[in-house]
Design a protein around this ligand. Structure first.
Ligand SMILES: [Mg+2]
Length: 406
């Protein structure tokens, strides 16, 4: 196992949504906001921080929870809302770095050590993630930053709720050593008991025993493993793992009334961004999905699957416009507060037959030209004509835009 002791900066982020299921419910239902509430049925699946303060915990029988907190509001789980929120958050992560390793529905590791020159210090990136998740998804995210996965996860736990903690390399052991041994990866109740019999209760105690002693006590595998963790030697890299099944982006629109034209412009911006990421990843997709959230927090989606896979902005834009146009009246009446666009049914770009008709080919060339300019001069160096003057598309486009009429 290679030591990463000499890696100079803390560049691994552990990002974890706070009280995830409960927070989604509090976000979507004003009557639950700020209250002691929980998600579940006969057993508590998740409790809000207000309920936790009264002792309510995950996996607790409802009866016990009500004894601790007689006013506890309990709502049934809405898994679809949680997986929607999760997908939106993971999209924000992947918008930040391609090195994202989701661990569960509400947490992921991100490696941002290579982004320093492009996006700034890890602490700055962590702050940006938290701001985006709050404004675009309406949820609180806590982030731990360290040189190792293990310590990043410890740090996000310390930072909760709604905080961030950067563990500078010279402070690693100061944070690590006072922790109880149970916080070490792989220490279950049995191992903890074995260690406690020998007076080893903190990570500092583990470190003091030394590798040989730990191996004698726990066997070669566990002994070495614990020795390494106690010295913050955790060489596991962030692995992106399975290929993604979709790529998407979304935009929170706030509560002010917007014109349909503004929604069309937002859609263009989203489609442009998502297709750019698709091409960056050398992938093509077949299914376009629009996501809507309305003023009453209800959600809805509209999808269409194309005859052929593509990464063409103009093809996906016209598909997305077709999905948006029939909802014009409804969007005004119900007040659109969030618009999202996702491409799924993905496959590698080389699987596409090179038999594009001439006009599709020319717009593919335009896409490539735009991508090349962005790669060379940064993503805000060029925008499509419709985006000029909007907040995050700045300069005048250098190329004519064949997809203009909305
Ligand atoms: Mg969480």
């Amino acid at each position: 196992v290679r030591s990463i002791k000499d890696k100079p900066i803390a560049g691994i982020l552990h990002a974890d949504l706070d009280a995830f299921y409960a927070s989604v419910e509090q976000r979507d239902n004003a009557r639950l906001a700020g209250k002691a509430m929980a998600v579940g049925g006969s057993v508590i699946l998740a409790a809000s921080y207000q309920a936790r303060a009264l002792g309510v915990r995950t996996a607790m029988p409802l009866r016990d929870a009500l004894e601790l907190c007689p006013n506890l509001a309990v709502v049934p789980p809405r898994m679809e809302a949680y997986s929607d929120a999760s997908a939106a958050v993971m999209d924000i992560f992947r918008d930040t770095t391609p090195l994202v390793e989701p661990i569960s529905i509400d947490e992921a590791f991100l490696d941002v050590s290579g982004l320093r020159r492009l996006s700034g210090e890890p602490a700055h990136i962590a702050q940006g993630l938290r701001t985006r998740v709050a404004s675009e998804v309406g949820l609180a995210l806590s982030v731990g930053v360290a040189r190792t996965k293990f310590l990043a996860k410890v740090a996000s736990g310390v930072a909760k709720p709604d905080g961030q903690l950067v563990v500078e390399p010279h402070l690693e052991l100061e944070i690590l050593h006072p922790l109880p041994v149970q916080r070490l990866w792989g220490v279950g109740p049995k191992t903890a008991e074995k260690l406690a019999e020998r007076g080893i209760v903190s990570v500092a105690d583990v470190a003091a025993v030394g590798e040989a002693g730990l191996v004698t006590m726990l066997g070669t595998g566990s002994g070495r493993h614990l020795y390494r963790l106690a010295h913050n030697l955790d060489p596991r890299p962030v692995v992106t793992g399975r290929r993604r099944s979709s790529i998407g982006a979304q935009r929170a629109l706030g509560s002010q009334q917007r014109s349909f034209d503004e929604h069309c412009a937002t859609l263009l911006e989203l489609v442009d961004r998502v297709c750019g990421r698709l091409r960056d990843g050398h992938r093509v997709g077949r299914t376009a999905t629009l996501r809507f959230r309305f003023g009453d927090f209800s959600r809805d989606t509209r999808s269409r699957t194309l005859g052929e896979s593509t990464a063409s902005t103009s093809v996906f834009l016209s598909t997305a416009q077709d999905l948006l146009a029939p909802r014009r009246d409804e969007i005004r009446r119900r007040q659109l507060t969030l618009l999202g666009f996702t491409i799924s049914n993905l496959s590698p770009a080389d699987a596409v037959q090179q038999s594009l008709p001439f006009d599709a080919r020319s717009s593919a060339n335009l896409d490539e030209a735009l991508d090349a300019i962005r790669t060379k001069h940064g993503s805000s160096s060029i925008g499509r004509a419709r985006l000029v003057g909007r907040s995050n598309a700045v300069s005048v486009p250098l190329l004519p835009d064949p997809v203009l009429p909305l």
